[in-house]
Write a protein that binds this ligand. Sequence first.
Ligand SMILES: NC(=O)c1ccc[n+]([C@@H]2O[C@H](COP(=O)([O-])OP(=O)(O)OC[C@H]3O[C@@H](n4cnc5c(N)ncnc54)[C@H](OP(=O)(O)O)[C@@H]3O)[C@@H](O)[C@H]2O)c1
Length: 460
Amino acid sequence: MITSNDILIAAKLLNFPKIRPSISKKMQKLPQISILPLLFPFIFDKKPPFRHLFSFLFLISFCLSHPRLRRPFPFLLLQDAVVLALSLFKAIPSLCYLACPSRPFSLQKHPLLCDFSQPNIPKPDKIPIFAPKTKSLMRLGIIGAGGIARKMAYALASKPQGCECYAVASRSLDKAVAFAKENGIAKAYGSYEELVSDPAVDLVYVATPHSHHFAHASLAISHGKPCLVEKAFAANAREAEQLLALAKESGVFVTEAIWTRYMPMSHKIKEVMESGVIGEPRVLTATLCYIIEHKERIIRPELCGGALLDLGVYALNFARMYFGNDVLRTVSNVHLSDTGVDLHECISLSYRDGKMANLQAGALCQNDRQGIISGTKGYIRIDNINCPELIEVYQDNCKIATYEKPAEMINGYEYEVFECERCLAAGLMESPLMPHAETLSVMRQMDQLRKEWGVTFPMD
Ligand SMILES: NC(=O)c1ccc[n+]([C@@H]2O[C@H](COP(=O)([O-])OP(=O)(O)OC[C@H]3O[C@@H](n4cnc5c(N)ncnc54)[C@H](OP(=O)(O)O)[C@@H]3O)[C@@H](O)[C@H]2O)c1
């Protein structure tokens, strides 16, 4: 189906405002090219790169069918030469893309293939980077030499923005030494106590299972160490409250390492949504599934396992970031494991202002990890909600803009550390990007869901 938007887009692809009127004049005068409109379905009904390729072929055929242009090429009128050159310029990325099976570059990066001419669409260069205010080195100490610790060590390996992974602590000294060697970390400790007692550590990153966040973050805070605590912040809201109270009493900074909250792309999504380009946002969907049912920390209730605290927490945060927290009603469905933890869940939230969010998270299958924010004029597609790397904006089912992750992004874990450094330099006790009240509210929401599903942890 050719929509009016398709015709507009095609007009933009042919994008020669001064020339277009003369083209239509020529078309009226030249009956022999009246057959050309028959090509329109081939032009309009295709998605890039075919759309651009067909528009290029259309222009070529138009030029060649023009009697004046049957003259040798050097005598082309300047106007038509410009038409040809511009259409060629538009077609180059499409031709290269089609010619090269390995798809070596992103077609969307071609500036002519994104329609940023619409006044409301934020430009990609406005993606905010939360650069820290201090220039001195900030030394991170990691508690728990596991999977996520390795990713954080990689993020800070080049000491971006003056943030260095300085120390690691494990319950086993051998493991700590091996981890430090593998990741170029200066200090290795065989106990968590030793790490939090090191005066050179500026920030402690708690990278242990959910069941141990409370104990390990309390240990760091009681040694006066600012803390970045992996998600989910604690086992339940009660523990979260106690931990935040301890941080407040001790005058120590603490924040939840829910990395999506600190990513520049997450803020771009909000900017695009609030620009009005998709009209009034009304419905949001988000899914996040991985096959991780074999992991100990997922399957065991004593480690606060389950998909909710591990993956559902991202979907809930995604909904909160864009639709807020004024939830009127929550309906959910769950699949439980033999060990009594949730392995897959569907959560539907109705908001007081009429919005709706449909979320899905699970440890049983792979999926596209997509987020979609739908409005009255279009929608925003986010790939993926666990680390937004690509944002696409659609109006009337036609893609009008694309945003890609910042070129300088390492693996995304660096942004939460940059934010800690910024907050510490500013003397803040919490990050405005993930306020304590929000952390608590998410924990309460998850407690409520677990209660409905009958999923309990020993510390409840
Ligand atoms: N942001 C993200 O994208 C992301 C991704 C994955 C996980 N996470 C979060 O990161 C945290 C850790 O996840 P992970 O995948 O790194 O976990 P993991 O590899 O299974 O374990 C992390 C480490 O915790 C330590 N630990 C302390 N007490 C433990 C106990 N009783 N049982 C098992 N391990 C214990 C161990 O370190 P030592 O043996 O060295 O002491 C272990 O290597 C979780 O909160 C998780 O939700 C975040």
